[in-house]
Design a protein around this ligand. Sequence first.
Ligand SMILES: Nc1ncnc2c1ncn2[C@@H]1O[C@H](COP(=O)(O)OP(=O)(O)OP(=O)(O)O)[C@@H](O)[C@H]1O
Ligand SMILES: [Mg+2]
Length: 218
Amino acid sequence: MDGMAGSDHAASQGIDTRDDRSMPERQLAERKSMLRRDLLAARVRLSVSDRKAAGRALRDTVLGLPETGMAGTIAAYLSIGTEPGTAALVFALWKRGSYVLLPVLRPDNDLDWASYEGPDSLAPGPHGLLQPAEPARGVAAICSADLIIVPALAADRQGYRLGRGGGSYDRALARVGSAVPTVALLYDGELVDEVPAGPLDQRVRSVAQPARGITRLA
Ligand SMILES: Nc1ncnc2c1ncn2[C@@H]1O[C@H](COP(=O)(O)OP(=O)(O)OP(=O)(O)O)[C@@H](O)[C@H]1O
Ligand SMILES: [Mg+2]
C-alpha cells in the first residue's frame, strides 16, 4: 500500500496519519472507489434471506439502544438495493412514537429531510429511492434529531465511514454537533481497519452489525 513506511513510522509515534489529511484528492477518491467496488461485490453475493435476516437483527439492535429509547426525533433512511433492509426498523421507530425524519435527495446531492408518516406516506424518488411525500423541512432539519441512523458500506474503528460516493451524508453530518449519537448500519465484516478519509469525511460514533450488535467507536 502507498506510503506504508511513512504510516508505520507515524503509528509508532502515536500520530494519526489522517490528521494532516494530505493525501491528494484524486488518490483518495481512487482508494475509496476501489474499496466501494469490493464491498458492493461482497454485498451482491449475499442471498435475499441473508439481507432480510440482517435487517431484522439490525432493527432489534437499534430498537434496544438506550439512545433510541430516549430519542424524540430520529433521522433514519430507507434502504435500497443490497443494503440491509431498514423498512421494518423505520416502521417500528414510528410506531413506538418517535418523530422520524427521512432524507430527500436534492439535485446537488445534499440531503433535505421530511417526516415519515407511515408506509403510505412514501413516494418514488431518484435512483430508485423511496422518499417521504411530506413537505421537506430543509437541510438543517437533521439538527433536530436526537439519534441519526445512516447507511454505510464500511466504517473503521475511528468512525470514518464509506458511503455510496455522493458526499450526501458528509454534508448532512457536518451540520450536526459531535455529541449527537450517530449509528451506521453495516453487515458483519464491514467494520474494517481503515477507511480512506479526507478533510470532508465525517465520522459516526457507532456501528450496528447483525451478529456483533453495536460497537462504540472512538
Ligand atoms: N461538505 C461538503 N461540501 C461539498 N462537497 C462535499 C462535502 N463533503 C463531501 N463532499 C464531496 O462529495 C464527494 C463524495 O465524497 P465521498 O466519496 O466521501 O462520499 P461518501 O462519504 O462515500 O458518500 P455519502 O456521504 O453520500 O455516504 C467528494 O467529491 C467530496 O469532496
Ligand atoms: Mg465521505
